[in-house]
Design a binder for this molecule. Sequence first.
Ligand SMILES: [Fe+2]
Length: 198
Amino acid sequence: MFVYEKKLQYPIRIKNTNPQLASFIISQYGGPDGELGASLRYLSQRYAMPYPELKAVLTDIGVEELGHLEMIGTLVHQLTRKLSPDDPRMGNFAPYFTDHGVGVYPVAASGSPWSADYIGVKGDVICDLTEDMAAEQKARVTYDNILRQSDDPDVSDVIRFLREREVVHFQRFGEAVRLAKEKMDQKNVYFTNPILDK
Ligand SMILES: [Fe+2]
């Protein structure tokens, strides 16, 4: 069960309308390395995770990613909420605006709608945790790319916070892989699936 707290993990107060920037940032809402995929990846992987402390890591990070999804949605909303169809700043946001107006919809910057193909849930400890490490690095690189394109310090400040959390998550999944390997070694099952390969 989830309990909702009506507050963002990090404050967001964007003053300027900037649909061009929103057209990049939407990728972290519904793109291949975005926050929707991150939350669903970890919150789905946790059911088959045999070690309670690692299940807790997946739950903890998965829930935080939901908070990040909310932050990205808020960024896109604040960047576009005052946009009118004839706004000369529309730029690359025009195709998105045609389909979704100023609504927040899970698509990649390239225009593809969110897909479960973006995430892996294998039911195998090492497969899932190493995927999670790669996913965190990919999210960090995407935030780096957004930072390079951002010309709004209010936006960059929020993106830097999110980028930093991806670095922390990468570290935590790295520790999780180490712990998982130690536990597998104890039972002499090495890096196989301890549920299936007794
Ligand atoms: Fe993350």
